[in-house]
Structures are given as C-alpha cells and as structure tokens.
Write a protein that binds this ligand. Structure first.
Ligand SMILES: [Fe+2]
Length: 386
C-alpha cells in the first residue's frame, strides 16, 4: 500500500510523542537511485522498433497470455491477425513431449468510432501440468510464430514464487525503460501483477485505438512468455459519448480476457486467482462497489473462501490506491477504502498493490486513516498494525 509520503510532511503534522512512530511508518528506506523526471514522457513514434509488425502474411501480433483458470492449470492465449481471421487454434506441447496438442478458441472484432480492430483471438489451453515448460504456436496455416511459458507450481503453502509488479506502463520512451528494467531484474519475475492503465490510447483524438495495437506489440516480448494478471484502470474506461462510444471498457474487454468466471465473478473487472502460495484478488476501482452491488457481494463471499493454510499470501490488486500522499489523484480511492477496508483488516490481507499515482509510495500495514494529512489541519491519523 502506498501511503503517507515523506517523513517531513508527516512529522510536521503530528504531536511530538508520535514522531518516532510516524518516522517508522513514513520512512520505508531507499532501495533505488532512480529519480523520476519531472516532465511527462513522450510516446514512442509509430515507426519505433518496439512496435514493429511481424513479417509474413497474416502473422500473429500482440501475443499475450494470462492465467486461464482459478489454480494455474490453464492459460488464455490471445493475439491479433490483420489480413484475415485465420485460425484461432493454438498448438502446444510440453518441453519433454514432442506430441503437439491443439486448443480451439474464438475470434472477436470491434469498432471504435472510425477505427476497426484486427481479428482478436482468444484461446484457452486447459489441463496443463504444474511446474512445466510448454511451447506454443499461433498463426497456424499462414505464418506460425512460436513462444513458451512455464506453469506455476501446484497451489500450496510451501511453494516460493516471484511476482513482478507493473502499472500505468503506457508507451513512452520511459515505458520502454521500465519494461527493460523488469526484464533485466536478477530476481526474474515469473508473473506480472499488472495494476491497471495499459496503453493510454485515450490520450489521442478519438482514443486512437491504433495505440492499443502498438502497446500490444510493445509488451509482447514479455507477456507472450509469462502471464500478466490484468486489473482495469481509468485509461481502460474509454467512455466517449460525444463520438458515440457509450459502452465503457470496449477496447480493453475485447483485447484482454481474464478468467473471471472461474471465481464466480459476473464481470471481468473483479475476480480472483490462486497462483503458487498466493491468493490474488483483483478489484475494480471503476465499477460499482457500494453495498449490495455485484462487486460488493462477490468480494464479501470471496474473502470467506481464502484458506491461509493453503495460500498464506493474500494479495489484493486495484487501480486507485486507498492511501496516497501525492497531489495527483489525492483520495480518489477513499470511498472504496471506507467500503472494504474493515474486511481487509479482518481477513489480514498481506499486501495491496495499486497503480494510478505515478509516484512510488509504500508503507507498513495501516488502516483506519481517514485523512492522509496533506492540507487537513487537525486530522490526526489513526493507525494500527495488523
Ligand atoms: Fe490511472
């Protein structure tokens, strides 16, 4: 959870007796020499090498995978063809077996004002073995392309696993640095927890969906080889009634499928998965979450299903953070915090990851902080540890 900002802004607010405590809460240490630039980055131009279209007739592009069931024995493979629909078949085989199996999928398209998408394929491979490397091939019949992934270990308490964390990536020159930074990390993340805001295509006139395609090609070098667990952010909403686009999340939901039905969710914006020793709950900051809403009722039931003897780690992903001391997006997560925080405390959620705010913050466990302090004279934060 991001929280509370610099020690100077915190300590100036509270009584002396709390300074030691505040200093501990506010100072999470320094783990990087990276200093963010002040200016907003420019998007990489359309002819950048990272956006290169693979050669060959109807060659699959924008290949990406995510977990395809609740426990990690299935993978959703998605890709785009542009010349014709072609085949939605995925050929796959394990490292130790040359016998190719096939999975069949489906193809979807969508229009967004004057933009027409390519043919977007989604094919789920099921009944995979745990801890196994698989090769897979898409573009069957025209220009096949081959990739691979490794399935996670069977869900259980004693299976170490390494997650990466990325959010708000976009497609600027800095985005490329961020992705490279992740790829070169010696810890070798096996799965990315993606906390929302993908392409930022909505920064362009008519939300130029060509920028969804470039983003898909940009991140393929990682997401074709390891699953990214998707969370919807505000840049996925794409609600533009002035140009006739009144169905929110249209590009996102056509391009990025998630296994929401496997956790009895009724919408792809909130769902859960188990992976290795973690139970991961994805929440939707931009779908209704008030009392009695589908997301509220789902989460209420979902939290009862978590068995910490099986998955000792309980992780929640969301886009808008509940705690944020930065000026941008200040307190945008407050109403969701008020709605759900007590449940998180009661269920001893280990960690909450959020995006949205382009300034890194983290804190120890906190709850019940009704004001993060900035400009709120007299609001004394309340804190307690889990
Ligand atoms: Fe955002």
């Amino acid at each position: 959870m991001g929280l509370l900002g610099s020690s100077s802004s915190c300590s100036s607010l509270v009584a002396v007796v709390l300074v030691l405590n505040v200093a501990v809460v506010c100072n999470g240490g320094k783990t990087s020499t990276f200093v963010r630039k002040v200016e907003i980055g420019n998007d990489m131009p359309l002819d950048s090498d990272v956006f290169q279209i693979p050669s060959g007739y109807n060659a699959p592009q924008q290949v990406h995978i995510t977990q395809g069931d609740h426990v990690g024995k299935a993978v959703i493979v998605s890709w785009v063809t542009v010349d014709e629909p072609g085949s939605s078949t995925v050929n796959y085989w394990s490292e130790n077996s040359k016998e190719k199996k096939q999975a069949q999928g489906k193809v979807v398209t969508y229009k967004f004002t004057n933009y027409t998408s390519g043919f977007i394929h989604h094919t789920t491979i099921r009944k995979l073995k745990f801890s196994t490397k698989y090769y897979y091939e898409v573009g069957i019949g025209h220009t096949p392309r081959q990739f691979w992934f490794t399935t996670p270990p069977e869900v259980g308490p004693d299976v170490p696993y390494t997650f990466g964390l990325i959010g708000d990536l976009g497609q600027t020159f800095d985005s490329n640095m961020t992705l490279t930074h992740y790829e070169l990390n010696p810890q070798k993340g096996k799965t990315v927890l993606y906390v929302g805001d993908l392409s930022y295509a909505d920064r362009y006139p008519n939300h130029d969906n060509v920028r969804w395609d470039t983003w898909g090609r940009f991140v393929e070098r990682s997401v074709a080889y390891q699953p990214w667990i998707w969370t919807a952010g505000n840049h996925e909403i794409d609600f533009v009634p002035e140009i006739g686009e009144t169905k929110p999340f249209k590009p996102y939901t056509h391009r990025y499928h998630v296994p929401y039905k496997a956790s009895n969710s009724t919408a792809p914006f909130w769902y859960s998965i188990k992976r290795a020793s973690a139970y991961i709950i994805v929440l939707a900051s931009y779908s209704a979450y008030g009392t009695y809403t589908p997301q509220y009722k789902w989460l209420e039931a979902e939290l009862q299903k978590v068995d910490r003897t099986e998955t000792p780690w309980l992780i929640v992903l969301m886009h808008a953070p509940w705690y944020n001391s930065y000026n941008h997006h200040y307190m945008e997560g407050e109403t969701m915090r008020v709605t759900f925080e007590k449940w998180f405390v009661d269920k001893k959620v280990d960690v909450v990851f959020a995006g949205h705010v382009h300034a890194y913050e983290r804190s120890n466990h906190v709850s019940g902080v009704y004001s993060t302090g900035i400009g709120h004279k007299g609001a004394l934060p309340l804190r307690r540890s889990l």
